[in-house]
Design a protein around this ligand. Structure first.
Ligand code: GLC
Length: 685
């Protein structure tokens, strides 16, 4: 059951697709306070209370014990102390012997979530705007709550099937020749590959919707040739448009009046990669349409995938901010030079970027209403995604286009996927990526993954291999790294063959993982779940924080520590462990419910299969299009018949009907029960 409580005059966010009348009755569970225009909800937590949700946020799957802030931020150097990341997903689920409900705050401004931070036993959730729709979801299980939330907010985005292939990316690829070399190295060494991302270096002076003629003289021809080799080019598109007369997107944006404005009516400007830029007012329908139309030449050049970036929006500096910093520096100059003055100076210069005052200094025009940016800040990225997705529906109505964004808000999950933002080549960020995934799924973002290997700083060989072992299972499997860091393509490393075999396992599993993804997306379910969702009565499962359920049959438990030769795993039921080294080389070990120490040397990683359910392995290949999805090896631990369903479609249909694509397989257990290993054929058509 879903109930809506309205406070003040909420701004329409496009997050919710279900129209409900507002409740007259008071909101249960919470003590409500209104002060200085803010609305706060307070609730005493049960000692056993677990809190799930908040999507893109640091720390554990259970969000209890920290203060989080919904405020989309460009936070390149985030750590476990960072309160806000690139996205805001205001769904929180309460789960304890006393509670089983979720709340969704449909509020595009700043929201703080003090979840047992100030007082360990109390949650206080505060909306700064005080204007919001609050949805209360009550169901009888955690998976039912997840489904109910999706009913409220709409079906998750469906990427094309090729987007489940391995994608190589790096900030710095500046020419066709360089990109071709990357492709060649992968193909020649047998490292499977389906896509290469083009970062800002493909553009002319980092200007959106241009490409540098010296590096990429004929993008259409280049993209066609790459596609013949089954490799898609995936260009980046940033949010802002450089202020430059004669640059067509600027001229048309200016002529249409499509940019955000300052109080005095002039266009707001801030610097990002191309220098000073204007910011499209994505909250306006006509501005979205104008921006969406700018993707058209790229689509016509054969591009089938994009990543949308810098859309919090990131502001490197404004003229106001820089002048203010110099003014403060001058003030400090005349005083005593002591440590406090130096710290002040550091602070002044460090807060030039993404400064709150800048976010308060410009306005949107939505539904004929002028609204200050900070009150709707968290919508910006989501509405950029909407502009792009609407354009794809206009210009490529019969196919799916890959789209993943850095910033997002609930609602954007219908239009695209997201990546988990700029991370570092740190073991702690590998763990953070894993722990974030179920929250993202709960909020509807099924197509997601992190920068494998880490974006910032220098990766080590073992860390990249362990990142890839997680990436085998994430829908978006992309290796991405920053300019000036150590080269991070697999073939650069001494253990490249080990890494190659890890990616080959992904391809052997690809039809199965795609099937698990599509079943989850089309039934409003979750592809990744905390163990608590399926084993709510098992206290050990409920407190497990570094393992995930995947689809209907599996559990993953990657190695997350440096120099580890294995790890402890908790099995909430009897399972079959498949310890992979390559698609051809793996052990199958039946394990009983309980705790196990699993040996996993660097090139080994496990997949656990729940009892009487199956995993389907195909023979693999160098790209997703060359995979044979008619012939599989089924692996299971079974003492009764195993019934599983395989979802198979053309990977392009924008609105597939689940039941038309399901193939039911029924497998008999071995006599007396045990490991089932059987060839299964699913003829095409
Ligand atoms: C941002 C993106 C990153 C990209 C870089 C250059 O930091 O998050 O992925 O490589 O900009 O475009």
């Amino acid at each position: 059951m879903i109930r809506k409580h309205t406070f003040g005059t909420p701004f329409p966010t496009d997050a919710v697709v279900l129209s409900l009348p507002a409740e007259e009755n008071p909101l249960p569970y919470f003590i409500l306070t209104r002060e200085n225009g803010q609305v706060s909800l307070t609730l005493r937590l049960h000692p056993e209370e677990k809190l799930y949700g908040l999507g893109e946020a640091v720390r554990g799957m259970n969000k209890r014990g920290f203060l989080y802030r919904s405020w989309n931020s460009d936070v390149f150097n985030h750590t476990e102390s960072t309160e806000s990341l690139y996205a805001s997903h205001n769904l929180l689920v309460f789960f304890s012997p006393e509670h089983l409900f979720g709340i969704y705050l449909d509020d595009p401004g700043q929201v703080t979530w003090d979840l047992g931070y100030t007082r360990m036993d109390t949650a206080v959730i505060t909306s700064e705007n005080g204007d919001l729709d609050l949805y209360l979801l009550e169901e009888d299980s955690l998976p039912a709550l997840a489904r109910s939330f999706r009913r409220l907010t709409g079906r998750s985005y469906l990427p094309p099937r090729w987007a489940f292939g391995y994608i190589q990316s790096r900030w710095g690829y500046a020419s066709e020749a360089e990109v071709r070399r990357v492709a060649r190295e992968h193909r020649q060494r047998g490292i499977p590959l389906d896509g290469i991302c083009l970062d800002i270096d493909y553009m002319e002076d980092f200007k959106n919707f241009t490409w540098r003629k010296d590096g990429f003289p004929d993008l259409k021809l280049f993209s066609t040739e790459m596609k013949q080799d089954h490799i898609r080019l995936i260009p980046i598109i940033d949010a802002a448009i450089r202020t430059e007369e004669g640059y067509a997107p600027y001229d048309s944006g200016k002529a249409g009046g499509f940019f955000c404005r300052r109080e005095d009516g002039s266009d707001f400007e801030a610097a990002v990669w191309p220098g000073f830029c204007c910011f499209p007012d994505f909250l306006r329908e006509d501005a979205r349409r104008w921006f969406g139309d700018l993707y058209r030449p790229l689509l016509e050049a054969g591009i089938e995938g994009f990543w949308n970036d810098m859309n919090e929006p990131a502001l490197f500096y404004t003229e106001r901010g820089v002048r203010e910093a110099f003014r403060r520096a001058d003030e400090l100059r005349s005083g005593r030079v002591d440590y406090e003055a130096m710290w002040d100076m550091n602070h002044v210069f460090n807060s030039i970027a993404n400064n709150p005052e800048d976010y308060r200094s410009f306005f949107h025009e939505a539904d004929g209403r002028k609204i200050r940016h900070d009150r709707v800040h968290n919508l910006y990225g989501a509405f950029m995604t909407r502009a792009a997705a609407d354009s794809f529906r206009r210009f490529r109505p019969s196919g799916r286009v890959l789209l993943f964004s850095r910033s997002s808000f609930i609602g954007a999950h219908r239009n695209g996927g997201i990546w988990q933002g700029d991370n570092f080549s740190w073991w702690s960020h590998l763990k953070m990526a894993l722990q974030m995934l179920p929250g993202l799924n709960l909020c509807g973002f099924l197509y997601s993954g992190c920068d494998l290997g880490g974006f910032g700083c220098n990766v080590t060989e073992d860390l990249l291999e362990r990142f890839l072992q997680l990436g085998v299972f994430t829908p978006l499997m992309r290796n991405h790294s920053a300019l000036h860091t150590r080269d991070q393509e697999i073939y650069r490393f001494s253990i490249w063959e080990t890494m190659r075999d890890t990616v080959r396992v992904r391809y052997a599993l690809l039809p199965f993982l795609y099937s698990e993804f599509m079943k989850a997306a089309l039934t409003d379910g979750m592809y990744f779940r905390p163990l608590a969702f399926d084993y709510p009565e098992d206290p050990r499962a409920v407190s497990t924080e570094d393992q995930l359920l995947l689809g209907e049959s599996c559990m993953i438990a990657p190695v997350l520590e440096q120099n580890a030769s294995g790890r402890y795993v908790y099995l909430p039921e009897d399972m079959l462990m498949i310890r992979f080294r390559s698609p051809e080389d793996y052990d199958t070990v039946p394990l009983e419910k309980g705790d196990h120490r699993i040996r996993l040397s660097l090139g080994e990683f496990p997949l656990f299969v729940r009892k009487n359910r199956a995993v389907l392995l195909c023979s693999g290949g160098e790209c997703s299009e060359s995979l044979d999805d008619t012939s599989f090896t089924a692996l299971a631990l079974a003492n009764s018949p195993v019934v599983c369903t395989l979802y198979r479609d053309d990977g392009q249909d924008p609105s597939p009907v689940l039941t038309e694509h399901l193939i039911r397989l029924s497998l008999d257990p071995p006599a007396g029960g045990g490991i089932l290993r059987q060839h299964v054929s699913c003829p095409a058509g």
